[in-house]
Write a protein that binds this ligand. Structure first.
Ligand SMILES: Nc1ncnc2c1ncn2[C@@H]1O[C@H](COP(=O)(O)OP(=O)(O)OP(=O)(O)O)[C@@H](O)[C@H]1O
Length: 321
């Protein structure tokens, strides 16, 4: 079926909202203008479009996206299969590098059970204020506004919420008063649990970046995370290998305690772009603990983060998300 034929199948009120409709090899992508609609009306517009187009001959897959009159804000989720692989460190440094390159970027720390962005960005003592029923993100000295559960609860107090509450908390952080921020990096909790699924279903990230260390076991978990995003219709923008190659602070020699290159090979085998690798370096841990992201200063390990941020920006500009 041609694009014109597909368009003509849509009822007039839906057809009037079609901004673009493309079909390639049985995959239809429709972009609709949802201006003036509330969330429920937007969802029924989306599902009616999807249902109608899916019935057309030769259509295997239908993707529907809506744009509204509020500023377009893209969400990119940073995920990992397991904990401790450096997802939060990467998120903070990517955001700082992107902000330095002129992007309007903010961070949502969705790791609500173990928030670390306030420490990484050195604004732990700040508290967000509410404007109306929305939170106003907390500024950081690195030019990146952030909202984190770490800003809302006392440090060290364990959060013992069940899934639905955690999902609601995440909603408040994402649906905050982000002003002209047009890119939100969401630091997800590790793994593929409730919070991640809520995130996919409710907030439809434009894309995801997966972080892994080079070991086989970490990569198996990373593959699971990739599958979760793909099943949720979220394109994986790329894979990052962290803690690849240890640079000895004394002699400068590089060794590979966790192996090296595994993530790149894994990305290649899955047809996913490899965005780059960050070495295991004492200076990264020390700077991160001190709230001074390496990407904020010239040279050193900041270059590795900047190179990944550039590749991510390029992927976004190419329309990969
Ligand atoms: N490339 C690196 N070199 C040295 N230390 C690193 C590197 N990346 C991360 N770290 C350190 O490893 C620890 C875990 O990093 P981080 O908190 O970013 O991981 P995470 O995947 O977000 O963990 P969590 O499971 O808590 O969400 C931190 O102490 C951090 O400073």
């Amino acid at each position: 079926m041609t694009e014109e034929e597909l368009r003509s199948r849509l009822p007039a009120p839906i057809a009037a909202r079609v901004q673009s409709l493309k079909v390639a090899e049985g995959k239809v992508t429709a972009i609709l203008d949802a201006s003036g609609l509330d969330a429920a009306a937007r969802e029924s517009l989306e599902s009616a479009t999807r249902d109608t187009l899916a019935q057309a001959e030769g259509v295997r897959e239908v993707r529907v996206a809506t744009i509204a009159d509020r500023p377009q804000r893209r969400i990119v989720a940073i995920g990992s299969g397991k904990g401790g692989v450096g997802k939060s460190t990467l998120t903070a440094n990517l955001a700082v590098a992107l902000a330095r390159a002129g992007h309007k970027v903010g961070i949502v720390d969705a790791d609500i059970y173990g928030p670390s962005q306030p420490r990484l960005l050195d604004n732990e003592s700040e508290r967000p204020v509410a404007e109306g029923d929305k939170l106003v993100p907390v500024a950081s000295k690195w030019g990146v506004p952030v909202l984190s559960m770490g800003h809302l609860v006392d440090p060290g107090r364990a959060i013992t919420w069940r899934g639905p509450m955690a999902g609601r908390a995440l909603g408040q952080l994402i649906d905050a008063n982000w002003g002209d921020t047009d890119l939100l990096l969401v630091d997800l909790p590790p793994g593929t649990g409730d919070v991640q699924i809520t995130m996919l279903q409710k907030f439809k990230p434009a894309g995801a970046v997966i972080v892994s260390t080079p070991q086989d076991l970490a990569l198996i978990d990373a593959t699971r995370a990739m599958q979760m995003f793909e099943a949720g219709g979220v394109p994986v923008l790329g894979l990052v290998e962290n803690m690849a190659g240890y640079v000895c602070p004394h002699c400068g020699e590089t060794s590979d305690p966790f192996g090296s290159g595994g993530a790149e090979a894994e990305a290649e085998s899955k047809g996913i772009p490899f965005l780059g690798r960050i070495p295991l370096a004492l200076t990264i841990r020390e700077a991160s603990d001190a709230g001074a992201p390496p990407a904020a200063s010239e040279g050193g390990q900041g270059d590795a983060f900047r190179a990944i941020a550039d590749r991510l920006a390029q992927r976004l500009a190419e329309g990969a998300a």
